[in-house]
Design a protein around this ligand. Structure first.
Ligand SMILES: [Zn+2]
Length: 190
């Protein structure tokens, strides 16, 4: 049974183009989908992005979230598609825990070691919500902008037909280690 409910939608003009925005509720979480162009019952370009306040809003260079978000919005703004923005900050551990993990990383741990040191799995994100949101928007076939094989698997398991489009960003001096850890420890593709 679906735990996710579409509660509201409106137009959203942005610097990347004119989008529609959809707000979904899942218990105390609020997920968003931003869409451009016709997408119902079509093969749709999709980005599934997990919320990252420091990267998305403050443009932190510790991760590549801000840059991936911007690239996705530019692409979708030009070619159409859907960005699903999941309310799961800090790989699912929440904002203050993420900052705690940053402090441990400042002492030399990598992303996964730091999360594990705080008592979490290396990555506790869950993409079930994205499957439900896509289904609610009548999307069953997607080209997913991602380097993360877990997202591909989650879509297939959820019954969504999925092809991959790589989403490359250039590492900077602060996130080189973070990107390398994703590649080595989480099987991320370039
Ligand atoms: Zn981030």
């Amino acid at each position: 049974m679906s735990e996710i409910e579409l509660v509201s939608e409106s137009k959203l003009p942005t610097k990347y183009g004119k989008f529609s925005i959809y707000a979904f509720k899942e218990h105390n979480k609020e997920h968003i989908a931003i869409a451009k162009g016709e997408f119902k019952n079509k093969k749709v370009t999709v980005r599934i992005h997990s919320k990252c306040l420091t990267g998305d809003t403050f443009r932190s260079l510790r991760c590549d979230c801000g840059e991936q978000l911007e690239k996705s919005l530019i692409f979708i703004g030009k070619h159409g598609g859907v960005l699903v923005y999941l309310d799961q900050e800090g790989r699912g551990i929440g904002l203050s825990n993420k900052i705690k993990a940053y402090a441990l990383q400042d002492k030399g741990m990598d992303t996964i070691e730091a999360n594990e040191c705080l008592g979490f799995d290396g990555d506790v994100r869950d993409y079930g919500a994205a499957v439900e949101i896509l289904s609610a928007l009548k999307i069953s076939s997607i080209v997913l902008m991602t380097n993360n094989p877990k997202k591909m698997d989650a879509m297939s398991r959820g019954g969504i037909s999925v092809e991959r489009m790589p989403l490359k960003v250039k590492p900077n001096e602060f996130n080189e280690g973070y990107i390398e850890t994703k590649r080595l420890k989480s099987g991320h593709l370039a």
